[in-house]
Design a protein around this ligand. Structure first.
Ligand code: SF4
Length: 367
């Protein structure tokens, strides 16, 4: 069964580090955008869906009527599995209780809140639209609306961020007692304002020490780390993300959205106005595609598997895709095990805490 991702690109202003597909000041075209989403959805009419994720941008920046229309488009076109995980991404600013009620009534059962930090100095540094007080109030509002599965996005490795500041920030975020936490290091992406400002970040060693501190604090606070950047309370792992990491199929709608169906990955244009005109003139905003060979699919499942704490069974993955890792790749894996970066445990290949600090490099050498 597939999962469904819908991209809502609208944002009030672009944060300084943002490299996502966002459209600032285009809120007035939300109706046209929903027309496009409805046309795209018709191509998947009757599809069974096991999790829904409405991401952005800032989905909560849409009006109540626009949100209601979005949910009716989903219900008109898809069979949403009973007890499917249904997430909406929200930002603290403008998160009204009335919109949370619309989500609840529509069957949304998980909110992902873009907190990023509870230190106002760094929220200003990121160019975020909210401060710590607004974030905490938004979190309380989500709780009050009856949601019992809440993710908080948190960032670290800000310019000149001290270990002490980081510890205080993590402790403040942990006081929210969210069910799930997604952790991101600040990176300087080409399309971001930080890139043009030539912002300098701490070196890898310092960032590794910060990462280990955060992992240690969250684990001691009762979070289970199930993926390199994701922590959850018991039974609150993200089912939507697990599908990606296990090579599952997914439908992506909207500007810049990706889909993966029957070994083919395809994506829509990431230019907002092109998406609108393509969907007005026709019924596809597809910009590109690639056909993944079984070997490529297997490789991805192995690499994603190494990012998960439970690891990956090479044997089962090879059987699933009917192909085998090369002798060279198996030789490298043995070396990584000898050097303590990977461990073979419970029939699975797993990444050690030492390996996690250099996992990108290990994966780059494995492909
Ligand atoms: S709120 Fe998120 S998507 Fe919007 S500009 Fe900021 S980082 Fe980008």
């Amino acid at each position: 069964m597939k999962t469904l991702y819908i991209h809502i690109p609208f944002c009030q202003k672009k944060c300084f580090y943002c490299s996502f597909v966002v459209s600032v000041g285009q809120q007035g075209k939300a109706g046209l955008y929903l027309d496009g989403l409805e046309k795209e959805s018709k191509q998947y009419y009757g599809e069974k869906i096991r999790s829904v994720y409405i991401g952005g941008g800032t989905p909560t920046s849409m009006s109540q009527d626009e949100l209601k229309r979005l949910f009716s488009i989903i219900y008109k076109n898809y069979h949403i599995e009973f007890n499917a995980e249904w997430t909406v991404e929200a930002n603290p600013e403008g998160l009204e209780s009335s919109k949370l009620k619309i989500f609840k009534d529509a069957g949304v059962n998980r909110i992902s809140l873009g907190v990023q930090s509870l230190n106002n100095k760094y929220l200003r540094c990121l160019g975020r639209n909210h401060d710590a007080e607004t974030a905490v109030a938004a979190y309380e509002r989500i709780k009050k609306a009856g949601f019992d599965n809440i993710n908080v996005d948190m960032m670290f490795a800000f310019p000149h961020q001290t270990i002490d500041e980081l510890q205080k920030d993590v402790e403040a975020v942990m006081r929210l007692e969210s069910d799930h936490l997604s952790l991101y290091t600040l990176t300087i992406e080409g399309q971001s304002r930080f890139y043009t400002r030539k912002i300098r970040l701490a070196d890898d060693q310092y960032q590794a020490a910060q990462y280990e501190l955060v992992c240690d604090l969250l684990t001691k606070a009762g979070y289970e780390q199930y993926e390199i950047s994701n922590f959850a309370k018991p039974s609150k792992c993200s089912q939507h993300n697990l599908n990606y990491w296990q090579g599952g199929e997914y439908i992506g709608l909207g500007v810049g959205a990706h889909s993966h169906i029957q070994g083919e990955r395809f994506w829509n244009t990431s230019r907002f106005n092109d998406y609108l005109s393509l969907m007005q003139e026709g019924d596809s905003a597809r910009e590109g595609f690639e056909v993944l060979t079984p070997f490529e699919q297997m490789k991805e499942v192995v690499l994603f598997g190494l990012r998960m704490n439970r690891g990956v069974s090479i044997e089962q993955t090879e059987k699933r895709f009917g192909c085998f890792l090369s002798d060279e790749q198996k030789e490298k894996i043995s070396q990584f095990i000898q050097n303590g970066f990977l461990v073979q445990e419970d029939g699975c290949l797993k990444t050690s805490s030492k390996g996690r600090l250099v996992l990108d490099e290990l994966c780059a050498r494995l492909v």
